[in-house]
Design a protein around this ligand. Structure first.
Ligand code: SF4
Length: 98
């Protein structure tokens, strides 16, 4: 996770990175440009560039925060990508499902 300079959020949390372009709206995808830049910089988690990558070790990061925090969730991916096993993940089952 990393502190954000975006005014409406306090932190970013990317339990997945990367994606696939699925529509014309993806043409200028910010996450894709940043993923290649971060890989070139050797930033941990971007070894696969913009290929969809799951990061199970990051799943419980927000639970370790002591204070309430507003997150930008998956600024570098699509949490609802068809290959993200969202509904079989115990963290999401416990915390997001009603
Ligand atoms: S992150 Fe969003 S804009 Fe980028 S490729 Fe995926 S769906 Fe398209």
């Amino acid at each position: 996770m990393s502190k954000s300079k975006i005014e409406w959020t306090e932190d970013t949390w990317n339990p997945t990175t990367g994606c696939n372009k699925v529509s014309p709206g993806c043409k200028n995808c910010y996450a894709e440009i940043m993923a290649y830049r971060l890989r070139a910089m050797g930033v941990n988690g971007y070894e696969n560039g913009f290929d969809l990558t799951l990061h199970p070790s990051r799943l419980e990061q927000p639970l370790k925060k002591k204070k309430s925090t507003t997150y930008f969730v998956n600024s570098m991916s699509d949490l609802f990508h068809k290959n993200v096993p969202l509904y079989s993940n115990p963290f999401f089952e416990k915390n997001i499902h009603p």
